[in-house]
Design a protein around this ligand. Sequence first.
Ligand SMILES: Nc1nc2c(ncn2[C@@H]2O[C@H](COP(=O)(O)OP(=O)(O)OP(=O)(O)O)[C@@H](O)[C@H]2O)c(=O)[nH]1
Ligand SMILES: [Mg+2]
Length: 84
Amino acid sequence: MSDSENAFVFKITVIGDGAVGKTSLIKKYTQGSFQKDYIKTLGAQFSKYDEEIDGRLLEHLVLNPETMLSSSFGISLAKQNLCL
Ligand SMILES: Nc1nc2c(ncn2[C@@H]2O[C@H](COP(=O)(O)OP(=O)(O)OP(=O)(O)O)[C@@H](O)[C@H]2O)c(=O)[nH]1
Ligand SMILES: [Mg+2]
């Protein structure tokens, strides 16, 4: 079995109101670190995080669109994050 056949690929979009912690959540998950300073995400941020479980590769491709763009999904998030 080749590597690509053995892999699971998850495409994740994180949306939510501004300054609720979307970027922080992604950074903690993908890099294990936390940044106290607030820097608004402009445009979109893409991250990739790989993990191996039981010999299987799990690839996480994470899209973090700017808040203004994510609000175009038309979902009221009541100051919470939502991972799709
Ligand atoms: N105390 C605390 N602060 C947090 C937590 N998560 C994020 N923050 C802080 O909240 C602020 C905003 O975090 P971001 O992750 O930049 O928020 P965001 O949702 O990506 O914001 P936008 O890019 O503007 O949409 C930052 O100053 C973070 O340090 C948390 O779990 N606890
Ligand atoms: Mg952000």
